[in-house]
Write a protein of this length. Sequence first.
Length: 520
Amino acid sequence: MIEAFDKKLTVPKKTKINNLIEKHYEEEMTKFKKRLCGARKVSIGIDLWTKKGLSASFLGISCCFFCVDQNNPEHILLALEQVAHPHTALSIKACVDKCMQEWGISNDKILTVITDNGSNMVAAFKHTTQEEEEASSDDQEESPRGESDSEEETEDHRYQNMEMDMERMPCVVHTLQLVVHMLNKEASVKRILDKARSIVKLFRKSSVATQKILDKCGLIVLNDCPTRWSSTYYMIARLLKVKDPLCEIVNEMGWDNLLSSEWQKLSSLHELMLPFAEHTQTLQSDTMSMSLIVPALLDLHSHLTDFEENTSHRDFANLARKMKVNLNQRFAWVLDSSDEKFSPLVAAAFFLNPTVCDTLLDVADDSVQELFKQAEGYVVQCTQSQEKLNGPEPDPEPPSSSSRQPVFRFLSKCRAKSKPKSSTCSIRQQLSKYKEELSQPITCDSGIQFWLGKCDTFYHSLKPLALDLLAMPASQAFAERVFSVTGDLTRGKRNRAKVTLARSAFLKMNRGKKVLLFCG
């Protein structure tokens, strides 16, 4: 490459390149800080990753918001911080607070914080009331404790004393995969999966068998991984796709193969897992997926009911029934308004997306109608609180019918002023108009396009909230994806200092990839 350059070119030194990257980093930081200042609401994604050997751990923090300047949703990486062991709730929350302070994001601007279901993540954003704290302190004084009990209760008490202002939402995809993992708890299903994995393992270890199947169909078998979403489904789908050439090669190699009945069960298992894989793929998007949570869960519930009734395998029907119960329990905070942890945020995002909610608006199901009711209440509450923060808009002065000054102009100050319209009435009118539009065919591809095309004058309260909610993701996959993209920067000889690693990750994830081409 150097020989192809002009001989007059002076190759810049390492210091020059580092200075250019640092300058570009500062410019990108300034640009995104300006965009975040104009954002009305944001959602925060958090994920924690530890290197092999437990030598270092990193906390990724991302932010998703509707960019007013660009008129589209954006998801950016805010920080990649190295954290020391142990990864307690206090250290995680302190790191998040520090990041929010550096970026100028106030707590009232944060709609939700999306994390996995780890106990430290749950405790870091756990809300406790004063009554609960007093009750826990009374219990500590009255009840005798052993050594092990003392440690657990001390840890819980420490978490309860933390004052948290951020609402936490569990990652929907992580929770959905916990339902899928029930496959490994069913003995008959696990037996078939283990036998399928053994065949895949034989192929992955044999270059001869791999070459033969490549020659026959141009595909190879796939192995599943417990840390990769839907990997078991992809393994089954590939086995069924290459079934005929695979059976021929297995017979040639003298290996054990699946029985005909087991291939049929594997096909039924593929049918059972297909909707889960499809919805996982949709819900792990970086933006605009929170409004899809409710229809995805209702669709999966309907799928499990149909599969239970139509399958000819009794053990699979039993598995579908257990998965349906588990799905309802894990997502009661989304689907059951009577649940103590119910959050109307997801229902509101679903309600304000006309491309998905119009099909369920007239459904006779009481639970669905209750979700719409809770969603409307949440929208009214949010718009009212936002108007209180911003203050009522001044009424426009009526135009003067004449340029002549009134004779009694000083008495005009005593005239009764018209009362401003109630914000509740205003938002109710907007919601009523929105419902009327839902009865008409929706031609937009997404809810974002629908609201961008609406008049700002009439939907002055509903439109900004709708855009903010529809921009939000359903998972913290973006923060988790940071470690897949930047993992090479933390391995072996490519270890970086904390500042350099965070800077490189920021530029790489936030579309600053051209500059990184100069980095060694």
